[in-house]
Design a protein around this ligand. Structure first.
Ligand code: IMP
Length: 178
């Protein structure tokens, strides 16, 4: 692994593929214990979580379903700024165990908003799995059940995460250089 350039930025290697593999297996093992008999519905948040969700779901050995959603931004009618709404959820989640699979929790606003919208559909419980979590950036109260890596405030690409839509195909995770 060496430093790479994406558009105007340089990124250096940060988390390699084998460390990602181990972390994904660790989370899956915990989930297999917690979710046995619950037939959970995994909700992969596109686009960023697609690779993480695929690898994680492969390691799940209890009965489980998966589906894919997007959070699309639209301008609020008031000065509340950008609001994100769920698109693509066809399944009825009432009384079900839902596992949100997200790429990264930064300020936490996206996750908080997503959980709030899902709670309105009366699931039995909502669990949250994220590949990356930046605790120093968190600005709201959101409970994370499964975290693969806690990282400092820094911009990350690779393994599904993008910089201006590029870099998602990288097998490893990279961090922007100063
Ligand atoms: P939050 O609402 O601030 O927690 O941001 C969540 C979303 O911001 C993620 O789902 C990503 O799409 C994006 N994001 C936050 N940090 C990064 C990063 O370091 N690299 C790539 N995308 C990021």
């Amino acid at each position: 692994m060496s430093t790479i350039q994406i558009k105007d930025r340089l990124f250096k290697p940060y988390i390699d593929r084998s460390s990602i593999d181990s972390a994904v297996k660790r989370l899956a093992a915990q989930m297999n214990k917690d979710l046995a008999g619950k037939r959970p519905l995994f909700l992969c948040v596109l686009n960023g979580a697609f690779m993480f969700a695929a690898d994680l779901f492969r390691e799940i050995n209890v009965d489980a379903e998966i589906t894919f959603i997007r959070m699309k931004s639209y301008e609020g009618t008031q000065s509340t700024g950008i609001i994100k709404q769920i698109y693509g959820l066809q399944e009825d989640i009432k009384d079900r165990t839902v596992v949100i699979v997200e790429d990264i929790v930064d300020t936490g606003f996206t996750m908080q908003n997503l959980k709030k919208q899902l709670e309105e559909k009366n699931p039995k419980e909502i669990k949250v799995a994220t590949l990356l979590f930046k605790p120093d950036s968190l600005q709201c109260d959101v409970k994370l059940d499964y975290v693969a890596f806690e990282i400092p405030k820094a911009f990350i690409v690779g393994y599904g995460l993008d910089y201006d839509e590029l870099g998602r195909n990288l097998k490893d995770i990279y961090v922007v250089t100063e």
